[in-house]
Write a protein that binds this ligand. Sequence first.
Ligand SMILES: Nc1ncnc2c1ncn2[C@@H]1O[C@H](COP(=O)(O)OP(=O)(O)OP(=O)(O)O)[C@@H](O)[C@H]1O
Length: 299
Amino acid sequence: MIIVERLTKKYGGFTAVDDVSFVARPGRVTGFLGPNGAGKSTTMRMMVALTAPTSGSATVLGRRFADLPNPGLEVGVLLDASAQHAGRTGREILAIAQQTLGLPVARLREMTDLVSLTDAEADRRVGNYSLGMRQRLGIATALIGDPEVLILDEPANGLDPAGIRWMRDLLRGHADRGGTVLLSSHLLNEIEVIADDIVMIGNGRIVSQGAKTDLLHAAGTVVRAEDLNALDRALAAWGLEVRPSEDGALHTDADAVLVGKVALNAGIALTELRAAHGAGLEEMFLELTAGTQREGAAA
Ligand SMILES: Nc1ncnc2c1ncn2[C@@H]1O[C@H](COP(=O)(O)OP(=O)(O)OP(=O)(O)O)[C@@H](O)[C@H]1O
C-alpha cells in the first residue's frame, strides 16, 4: 500500500505538484497518468525520498520511505532507466544491488532470466544498451529484492510491443500475488490495458481518480444502499441497466434524480448517491495533453 497525502512541491514560484493525494492498493495495478510535465516524476521522487516535499507526505507500507530499514527488500523503484551507470555492465549493476541487499548470488541468474537478458548482453556495458534493454535491466534491479511494492516511472518507454506485453504480464502477476504496483505513463492506452485504478494528473493537480472501469465508463450515477440487492432489483424493475462498480456500489447510466426517486419509491434508504466521476476520461486527457502540458516549463 502506498498512501500519498497532500503532497506539494514548489520550485520558487512554480508549483510542480499541487496538493496530490491518492492511495495505491495491494493486489492492484495503479496507473499514474498525465501528459509530459504534469508532475508524475516529481511525485514519485518525493515518494522515495529523492526530492523533499514542500508539504504533505507519502508512506509506503505504513512508513515514510526514508524510515524503511532495507527499502530495496520492500519497494522496487525504477525512476530513470537512462540514469544507470553507463560504464558498468548490466551484470555488475545487478550484482551491486544483490550485494547491497544481502541476497544470494543465484538471484543474479534468476533476474537476467526473468527480464530475458542473455549472458552476452548482461556482460555488455550499459552505455551500449538500447533504451528497451535499460528498462529491462531497471526492472530487474527493482525486482531483485522481491519487494511487495513497485514504483515505476514510465517503465514501458523504449519497449517494443512484445516487451510491453511481457511487462504487463509481469506487473499483473505481481499484483495478483498481492503486491502493490504504481506505474506512470503519459499514454492513456498504455495505462488502460495495464491498470486497475487510474490516477490522472495535469498541471500538478489530480484531475480524476478511481477504478478504471468506473472512470472509462460514460457518465452516470454511482449509488449504494445497505440492501444492495433490493436496490439492484428496484432499478432493474424500472428498466435501468445496472452494473456493479469496482468499489462495491452500483453504477447506472441514469441520472441521480431518477435513481433517487426509484429508491424512494421502493422504500430503500440510500447510503451514497453521486454522479459517476471521470466521465469521458479520454476527452479529459486529450484536453490536458492539448491545452495544459507544460512543455515550455519542462524544457
Ligand atoms: N528541479 C526542478 N526545478 C524546477 N522545476 C522542476 C524541477 N523538476 C521538475 N520541475 C518541473 O516540474 C514540472 C513537473 O515535472 P515532472 O518531471 O514531475 O513531470 P512528469 O509528469 O514526470 O513529466 P514527464 O512525463 O515529461 O517526465 C515540470 O514543469 C518540470 O519542468
